[in-house]
Ligand binder design. Structure first.
Ligand code: ADP
Length: 661
């Protein structure tokens, strides 16, 4: 495994594997959980069979207090402050930089890193954590080492974790837990969008920042799931929080749903006061988990809506658990919702929580979701459907609930597949691969400029000009706008079928192979493409594929083609579409703009605005240099009604894109 790109240590010397032969895997050296007298959660389980109990010294005890000043190789000085806390692996100290800014330094003793496996795990934690940035994830600041310790410098969370809050409060009110849940869901949604499974979500790993916002920390067991590899097989986690499929170990495997399970455990623990499967003996905990044997104590009443959500989150079958987006759609979230968490909540239940009005709660809920990065789909203006393209009604039947794409959009974005050493195949689209919306608007600008230039030069002699070659471009031959629920589906004249989901990501099923592409949109990085096989799709892509197939079936039986099938020349997909009462505009990855007009005529502008294609209502297709059509005033073989007006409308539409969004 290469870590060259992440360069985690800017320091004195590389990590030294130490001499002792003792096995030091982070998880299998941590004291296995003992008979739990009270709610105890801070001990991850061994990686081997949970039946094997091994009692060993906590690795964190090997961690010596750092010197009062830690100097990095690049000359930064950090002044060590007070001790903050201890986990199984690390001790945490305050560190102040020269400007007085305070951080938490998670300090790992080199003496505890005795073999390659432990070193790899620590580097993996650093690499994963370093790659994350989200308002509800502890921010990774820096990383360095001295002779005895490795330091991971983190944003300071001075108000401890949800575990301490629960210990003090014994139980937490529903409105407060609602608020916590939204922040936790926001962070997990983000993690899963980067294909990261945390695998050790628990109250003790969710900290409060100075403003009392929750921050998920400790990525020691986190794992990146490459697209082609649907499951993980290592038994890990913390007994009370372990999902049943993790206990299935080597045979069953687990995936993102283990984090959803952990949300259920945390919600139950906060509302009831202890985790649902709590028992003195770890083996009993495991037995209860495998049978989902828990109850809601009558003396600790909670609302039926809360029970409903907990029951679903704790579904034995991972596929029956709600997706991360579905969690927030539960009616429990419609209850009283505070604006923020107060510092006084650390010791007492705040006053007046149940008096928050319905309207105010709805506003607080929306605001909290927004600040936790939870995307709320834009409400699109209803536009009349173009019957010419549909030749029939839009589907009236609702897709079954089970097909909900939920948040699966985000589950395929890799953190760094090359670094994680897994063979995810990325496909490059002739340089347009990392196109962003900004670049897309740039293409609009270039096309608009070119069209304008051609207008001006239409009186010049044609033979003095360099004319483009005029093959027909790849077209959208059928489409169904189902964006009020799922997204926009289309079939290309190459027969590839795509769905542009409402979250801007696309699945494109390639017609001549069992391959499908996941095209994931990321604001800063543009579209990332991952190629998968339909016969072995990653678990998380199955629902979306089902939706693609649903649309494919619908389009094949209900809609007619715009033009005859073309052989694949290139892989093209729809980047953006715009509907007005006059036309629907498609912006394709190869820079082609397609306009389907209300009068059943379709016009494409391609080659940066230098070529124009007409598709007649009878599906005759012809492509010419735009300058030629501008000069002639119309297409040579079949007349297009209001041809120049249509071109003007197209130019204006592209111009608006270039300058507006
Ligand atoms: P381990 O990997 O050993 O489980 P943790 O990441 O859980 O280590 O950190 C150990 C302890 O350090 C935590 O329980 C907590 O008390 C403290 N800690 C960790 N991160 C922070 C932080 N960002 N701010 C303040 N304290 C922290």
């Amino acid at each position: 495994m290469s870590f060259a790109r992440s360069q985690p240590f800017q320091h004195i010397q590389p990590l030294q594997p130490l001499n002792s032969g003792q096995l030091n895997n982070r998880v299998n050296n941590i004291t296995p959980v003992k008979a739990a007298r009270s709610f105890k959660e801070n001990v991850p389980v061994p990686t081997q069979d949970p039946k094997t109990k091994r009692k060993k010294e906590k690795l964190s005890t090997l961690c010596k207090t750092p010197p009062s000043i830690v100097r990095t190789r690049t000359g930064r000085d950090y002044r060590r402050g007070t001790f903050l806390g201890e986990g199984g692996f690390a001790r945490c100290f305050q560190m102040k930089d020269s400007s007085g800014k305070i951080y938490a330094a998670k300090t790992v003793a080199k003496a505890s890193i005795k073999n390659e496996k432990t070193k790899t795990k620590l580097l993996s934690e650093i690499k994963i954590h370093k790659s994350l940035k989200h308002p509800n994830i502890v921010n990774f600041v820096d990383c360095f080492e001295d002779d005895v310790n490795v330091y991971i410098l983190l944003e300071i969370c001075p108000n401890q974790s949800l575990m301490e809050l629960l210990k003090t409060r014994k139980r937490v009110s529903e409105p407060e837990v609602r608020f916590f849940m939204v922040q936790i869901v926001g962070a997990i949604k983000y993690l899963h969008s980067r294909r990261v499974i945390h695998r050790d979500l628990k109250l003790g790993n969710i900290f409060f920042d100075p403003k009392m916002n929750l921050k998920i920390g400790d990525f020691g067991l986190a794992s990146v799931l490459p697209a082609g590899d649907a499951r993980k097989y290592t038994i890990c986690g913390t007994p009370n929080y372990i999902a049943p499929e993790v206990l299935g170990g080597k045979t069953v495997g687990h995936s993102f749903e283990v984090d959803i399970w952990a949300i259920g455990i945390m919600m139950y623990a906060l509302l009831i006061g202890k985790p649902p499967f709590q028992a003195k003996d770890v083996q009993v905990i495991y037995e209860r988990i495998k049978k989902t044997e828990y109850s809601f104590p009558i003396d600790k009443p909670i609302s039926p809506e809360a029970k409903e959500l907990i029951q679903d989150l704790l579904s034995l079958n991972p596929l029956n658990r709600p997706t991360i987006d579905e969690v927030l759609q539960y009616s429990w979230f419609k209850g009283a919702f505070p604006e923020k968490t107060l510092e006084t909540s650390l010791s007492n239940t705040p006053q007046g929580l149940n008096e928050i009005s319905k309207a105010q709660s709805a506003i607080n809920f929306t605001n909290t979701k927004a600040s936790s990065g939870i995307y709320t789909p834009k409400v699109k203006n209803p536009v009349e459907i173009l019957r010419s393209d549909l030749h029939s009604e839009q589907p009236r039947t609702m897709l079954p609930q089970s097909l909900s794409p939920g948040d699966t959009k985000d589950k395929y974005q890799e953190v760094d597949p090359t670094q994680m050493g897994k063979p995810t195949r990325k496909v490059n689209f002739n340089g347009t691969y990392s196109t962003t919306i900004k670049r897309l608007n740039q293409i609009c600008f270039e096309t608009y400029q070119n069209m304008r230039r051609l207008e001006y030069s239409k009186h010049e002699m044609l033979d003095a000009m360099e004319l483009p070659s005029c093959e027909n471009p790849t077209l959208i031959s059928k489409w169904v706008d189902y964006s009020n629920k799922y997204g926009f589906s289309y079939q290309l004249n190459t027969d590839d079928i795509g769905v542009l989901f409402n979250d801007d990501n696309t699945i494109l099923r390639l017609h001549n192979s069992d391959k499908f592409l996941e095209l994931i949109y990321h604001e800063n990085e543009g579209w990332t493409c991952i190629e998968n096989s339909s016969s072995h799709p990653p678990t998380q892509a199955r629902k979306q594929l089902e939706i693609v197939d649903f649309f494919a079936k619908y389009m094949n039986s209900n809609l007619s083609n715009v033009s005859a099938n073309e052989d694949r020349k290139e892989t093209v997909f729809l980047r953006r579409y715009t509907r007005t009462s006059e036309y629907i505009m498609f912006e394709m990855t190869n820079g082609t703009f397609q306009f389907n007009f209300k009068d059943h005529h379709k016009i494409c502008i391609s080659k940066s605005g230098s070529a124009i294609t007409h598709i007649s209502p009878s599906r005759m297709i012809q492509t010419h240099p735009l300058i030629f059509i501008l000069k002639q005033g119309n297409f040579p073989s079949s007349e297009v009604p209001d041809c120049l007006e249509k071109i003007a409308v197209i130019k204006e539409a592209i111009k608006r894109k270039a300058f507006k969004e």
